[in-house]
Design a protein around this ligand. Structure first.
Ligand SMILES: *Cc1c(COP(=O)(O)O)cnc(C)c1O
Length: 364
């Protein structure tokens, strides 16, 4: 049985080191905004090259609080793609904003930068580029558009911890970066967790208050905030795992390369963005006959998954936005053809070849 995610192998490798840190956190008994949160925030900021990092309760909260911190409010429009996890767009709605979708580029699977400008109105306030499956967006073009129309950029880095664009880490390119530490992410904890990054002191200060009931000093509240803090125990886990993130991401890239060599040209691949380094949160390929590959894998007890089977504009939750089938043909096509193979730092070369061969045999 080969699962999509293999935390057991991770624990066999670095579990002892992590358990020691969990134990220390337990003994220190400072579970809320304790020393590990500060330590992890500092190390993460240093790793990403940004000034500020703020640990929060989830990636969804990171997006919500980041949008609040840049001032998104009732009636504001925020541009993103319909080919992402729903949290990207939910966060816009939490602030009273309206998600305005722009189709993705078929090759990179990221927002099609040539289709953004036609969706900008005088209510547009921000763009959320999603570095999907770990592949950075074309940030040069997005920054150019944002500058021209005075829009903020909130990067959804939930799937791209460690990915770079022109050598700069994602989350340190736009105005704000939003990370998720959901267990399956490239940098994952053992529960829910998230983080906001920025170089802007005002955004930093606002986000800091928003995560903790609008408060800087206990029982003095400057604004209405939320309860959204990263747990000390989760921060302790992340602190250890951060040390290995480059190794983990490089191993993912090695797996990806071997998959492509093994499978060959019977499937479509996500193209790495020019000047970008993809960290392969998911290894996602395309085929009109994906069901055959998925079934063959299943017969051999190998997991696979479809991210994402329904684009956001066709979700019942977003019916009220008024989109219909055909509005975003590329996203709709990808939803019908994509499938993802197991990828993690602990997948062995022999396993990658076996999986690749099964996919190839099912599709040629
Ligand atoms: C996982 C994910 C989120 C949400 O993160 P959570 O920690 O699960 O709340 C947001 N956006 C994208 C693209 C994601 O993959």
């Amino acid at each position: 049985m080969i699962p999509m995610l293999d935390i057991k192998r991770e624990l066999a490798d670095i579990g002892d080191e992590i358990k020691k840190e969990i134990d220390k956190s337990l003994n220190a008994t400072q579970f809320i905004l304790g020393p590990n949160v500060k330590e992890f925030e500092e190390s993460a900021a240093k790793y990403l090259g940004c000034k500020y990092a703020i640990g929060v309760a989830s990636g969804t909260d990171a997006l919500h609080l980041a949008l609040k911190a840049i001032g998104i409010k009732d009636g504001d429009e925020v541009i993103t793609t319909p080919f992402t996890f729903i949290a990207t767009a939910e966060a816009i709605v939490y602030c009273g904003g309206k998600p305005v979708f722009v189709d993705v580029d078929e090759e990179t699977m990221n927002i099609d930068v040539n289709k953004i400008e036609s969706k900008i109105t005088d209510r547009t306030k921000a763009i959320i580029p999603v570095h999907l499956f770990g592949n950075p967006c074309n940030m040069d073009k997005i920054k150019e558009i944002a500058n021209k129309y005075n829009l903020k950029i909130v990067e959804d880095c939930a799937q791209s911890f460690g990915a770079t664009y022109r050598g700069v880490k994602t989350g340190n390119i736009g105005d704000v970066g939003c990370f998720s530490f959901f267990p399956s992410k490239n940098l994952g904890c053992y529960g829910d967790g998230g983080m906001i990054t920025t170089n802007d002191e005002n955004i930093y200060k606002t986000a800091l208050a928003l995560r903790n009931h609008g408060s800087y000093v206990r029982y003095y509240h400057e604004m209405i905030g939320f309860n959204s803090r990263l747990d000390d125990i989760q921060a302790a886990i992340l602190k250890i795992k951060l040390k290995y993130i480059d190794r983990f991401n490089n191993e993912r890239r090695t797996v990806a390369k071997l998959y492509q060599e093994t499978i060959g040209n019977c499937v479509g691949y996500q193209k790495e963005t020019e000047n970008g380094i993809n960290v392969f949160h998911q290894y996602t390929i395309t085929s009109d006959k994906r069901d055959k590959a998925i079934e063959a894998l299943k017969q051999s007890e190998i997991a696979s998954a479809i991210y994402y089977p329904v684009p956001l504009h066709l979700q019942n939750a977003f019916k009220y936005l008024g989109y219909v089938e055909g509005d975003f043909p590329v996203s709709e096509k990808l939803a019908k053809t994509v499938f993802s193979l197991p990828i993690n730092p602990y997948l062995e070369e022999s396993e990658v070849i076996i999986i690749g061969e099964i996919v190839k045999k099912a599709l040629v």
